[in-house]
Design a protein around this ligand. Structure first.
Ligand code: MG
Length: 395
């Protein structure tokens, strides 16, 4: 049995609004395009033997770009067909192209490219119904109560919704029975049927209704597209990391703390600029990723990092988060020292870290404490810093 999928993608997407960069079927969702997802659903279906898109004459370049990453191990995808002025004319062009093959397919599944969430089970149900019906469509029973509007915009009445379905695609048909109907409709000037079942109804063919899928909605507006993108967001889980660092004081006139130059009676000894809070922060982020530590990525033995601004280390850790598809939600730093005083510089420090991590300042905490003159920080031998970072990573 040969079953061809015809993916209708010739529309102009005029309902996407003026901000739309182009036809909705070429919009990107979840790292792919709407069209590629729709094509992929049929390429993946074991019963479908060929997949063909019907595209607008202006869209060859967009199409080539959209299918670039498609996985098609069985070589089912064939060259696109150019559509017509209406959906119905586009389908007619597609059916004619399939009928002109040396071995035309027996069954056709017509699918709107703008329904990227069609699932294999729905496709199977439509194919199954074609065993007993010349025509079959995926559809959903109406759940909402239907109101008729009066001339003044108020409710004129409630419609009986029993027996009402919302038509989806795929819509399946036998090529031999359906193509003459499409030809006849075109010849008689009926060019605006909004779905394939309407052509069948006009021609007197029985159309089977099979349950679709609530997710198999059509992307029509920019809002639909935003919702589709949200649906495809990977699940994220929070990861927390901690960091700790110490540097010794030596004679000098300033220290670097959280990327801010703070005047002091000493400086901090170290290979880089010895910004202990930023070193602790780098380790906290790396810890949340389970990706080693600062010494592993930036060995002190490497002359390249002598005197380096420590924001480089923080920015590298943040880059590693982005590369994993994650994001930092907040960081918190505690500086342990008797002096210098951190308070006067706190806001500058928060702003500097927010800038390094591309976070809003409310996601950055900087605090300080003394150790009540006890221990090495109490004796002013050096300064210590603690940091925590929370990162959201794809599961
Ligand atoms: Mg250090």
């Amino acid at each position: 049995m040969t079953i061809a999928a015809l993916i209708v993608a010739a529309g102009r997407g005029t309902r996407m609004g003026p901000a739309s960069p182009g036809p909705k079927q070429y919009a990107r969702i979840g790292g792919s395009t709407v069209l590629a997802r729709s094509l992929g659903a049929f390429l993946d279906h074991p019963q479908v033997t060929s997949v063909t898109a019907v595209i607008h004459a202006d869209d060859h370049a967009l199409y080539a770009e959209a299918i670039a990453g498609l996985v098609d191990p069985d070589g089912k995808l064939t060259a696109p067909v150019v559509g017509g002025a209406t959906r119905q004319m586009s389908v007619t062009n597609g059916l004619e192209a399939l009928a002109s093959r040396s071995a035309p397919p027996r069954l056709i599944l017509v699918h709107d490219a703008a329904r990227p969430f069609v699932d294999g089970a729905t496709i199977s149900r439509v194919i199954g119904a074609l065993a007993t019906h010349p025509f079959a469509i995926a559809a959903e029973r109406l759940a909402d109560t239907l109101k008729r509007e009066s001339a003044t915009g108020t409710v004129a009445g409630t419609l009986d919704r029993s027996g009402l379905w919302r038509a989806q695609t795929p819509q399946g048909l036998g090529l031999a029975a359906a193509l003459p109907l499409y030809r006849k409709a075109a010849a008689e000037g009926h060019l605006d049927f909004t779905d394939d079942a309407a052509v069948a109804e006009w021609g007197g063919l029985a159309v089977a209704l099979v349950p679709g899928n609530a997710r198999n909605t059509k992307i029509t507006t920019a809002e639909d597209l935003a919702m589709a993108n949200q649906l495809l967001q990977p699940a994220l889980e929070p990861r927390t990391g901690s960091g700790f660092d110490v540097h010794r004081f030596e004679p000098g006139d300033h220290v670097w703390l959280c990327g801010v130059k703070v005047p002091h009676t000493h400086k901090l000894e170290g290979h880089s600029d010895a910004d202990a809070p930023l070193h602790a922060l780098t380790d906290a982020i790396l810890g949340a990723l389970g990706d080693g530590d600062i010494g592993q990525h930036f060995p002190p033995s490497d002359e390249k990092w002598r005197g380096a601004a420590s924001r480089l280390f923080v920015e590298d850790a943040a880059r590693r988060v982005r590369e994993r598809g994650g994001r930092i939600t907040n960081v918190d730093i505690t500086i342990l020292c008797e002096a210098p005083r951190v308070g006067p510089h706190r806001e500058a420090m928060r702003a500097a870290i927010a800038d390094m991590l591309r976070l809003t300042i409310d996601r950055v905490g900087v605090k300080a404490t003394t150790t009540e003159t006890m221990g090495f920080t109490g004796r002013r031998e050096g300064l210590a810093a603690l940091a925590t970072a929370t990162v959201l990573l794809p599961v």
